[in-house]
Ligand binder design. Structure first.
Ligand SMILES: Nc1ncnc2c1ncn2[C@@H]1O[C@H](COP(=O)(O)OP(=O)(O)OP(=O)(O)O)[C@@H](O)[C@H]1O
Ligand SMILES: [Mg+2]
Length: 381
């Protein structure tokens, strides 16, 4: 089964490091998304697995077969890797009809005519392009062309399917529909999907596992909900989730009873956690820095509770969207975000009380950015 393994893959162009010592295993039939800001190395990674780009160093195996090994000088060409591609700049053949575009690859693979017809029909139905079969690409909208490209890629039932932002040309509604379709396709086709996107929502909703990268370095490789609730560091915490996580600078200290005392902008609280960690210390040279802040408290908007007790704060703005309401909360100079289920409408400057809900409050090391623990944050009485 086509498990894909990357070991210490690095891609350099001169002194510039595009992908830095990347190791990961893509399980058989996984739906992996490569996520990260522009230029972080997503496309490069995909192209290296597919065989379109040669890594500077490292080892790649697909289905137990070594397709690249810098030490042994192995480098299999893409056509020998049994993979399909779908890139952002999908190029349909302009002189061929939709039908022919999808059928062409199968003809080359010597499929029989009735089988080809059946497969093309099946795909056209699945992708809702049946009525365009006899049209030429120039007679289709961008979104329709993209669906033809998806059909063409899926036609030979590749074991591994690489997709680089394949939905980026579609309008919002079609994108959503195609996401659902892709998720179903993934199950129906039994293939392994490797999917590049810089859209965190797309990455989260589609993937069985998200690989989040920053400047060529993998930051986290976990199922979406793990990445969401237990981000490895501040970069991941900030990149994933919308509205974004609240970050509060704080001072953490263990008292003589071993309790973890947190002071955020003068607010006293206790962090209750099972996690074991070392208290962060200032890096060398900064010991004398003015601030005694050593941690960052991370609070997802849904864990910031507006209720009858807690910190006295003010409503900065209320943004109802129907199913949920985003409430911007002002505390001194700081603005925080809370999300409440359903429609509520607070007046601007209305006095409210805010507390921390649940066990998913996070503590990060201010200096390294690393997550220290997760737990409950109880306000001091
Ligand atoms: N042929 C090349 N020569 C030199 N640098 C390159 C080359 N190809 C890519 N790069 C650089 O490598 C880095 C990673 O590029 P890559 O295309 O993988 O980014 P990406 O994550 O796909 O970004 P985007 O979301 O914008 O598509 C970028 O900084 C890019 O400029
Ligand atoms: Mg790219």
């Amino acid at each position: 089964m086509p498990e894909i393994v990357l070991k210490n893959i690095t891609k350099r162009w001169g002194n510039f490091v595009g992908v830095d010592n990347l190791s990961m295993t893509i399980e058989d039939r996984a739906f992996i998304t490569l996520l990260g800001p522009s230029g972080c190395g997503k496309t490069t990674t995909l192209r290296m697995i597919a065989g379109l780009e040669t890594p500077t160093e490292g080892l790649i195996t697909i289905d137990g077969v070594t397709v690249f090994d810098s030490d042994k000088g192995i480098n299999l060409p893409p056509q020998k890797r049994d993979v399909g591609f779908l890139f952002q700049n999908y190029a349909l053949w302009p002189h061929m009809t939709v039908y022919k575009n999808i059928a062409f690859g199968l003809e080359n693979l010597k499929w029989k005519k009735p089988e080809i017809e059946e497969r093309v029909d099946e795909l056209c139905k699945m992708l809702k392009i049946e009525q365009f079969k006899q049209r030429y690409p120039s007679e289709l909208s961008g979104g329709q062309q993209q669906r033809v490209a998806i059909a063409r890629t899926l036609a030979p039932r590749p074991k591994v399917l690489f997709m680089d932002e394949p939905l980026s040309n579609l309008d919002a509604k079609l994108r959503l529909e195609m996401r659902t379709e892709l998720k179903r396709l993934h199950v129906d086709t039994d293939s392994t999907f490797v999917y590049v996107t810089h859209d965190q929502l797309e990455a989260m909703t589609l993937a069985t596992k998200v690989c989040l990268m920053e400047t060529g370095v993998m930051q986290q490789y976990d199922p979406p909900l793990v990445t969401y609730s237990l981000p490895n560091n501040l970069f991941v915490a900030d990149f994933v989730g919308n509205p974004t996580m609240n970050f509060l600078d704080a001072k953490a200290e263990r008292d003589k009873n071993g309790k973890l005392r947190i002071n955020m902008y003068g607010i006293e609280a206790e962090m209750q956690t099972e996690d074991v960690f070392e208290m962060p210390v200032k890096p060398e040279g900064e010991e004398n820095a003015q601030s005694d802040v050593n941690v960052v408290v991370g609070v997802r908007p849904e864990f910031l509770e507006i209720g009858s007790s807690g910190i006295q704060a003010k409503v900065h703005a209320t943004l109802p969207s129907g199913m949920e309401t985003t409430v911007k909360i002002a505390y001194g100079e700081q603005i925080f975000t809370s999300v409440v289920f359903g429609g509520v409408d607070y007046a601007v400057d209305e006095q409210i009380k805010v507390s921390f809900r649940g066990n998913g409050i996070l503590l990060f090391d201010k200096f390294t950015g690393k997550r220290l623990c997760s737990g409950a944050l109880k306000l001091a009485k």
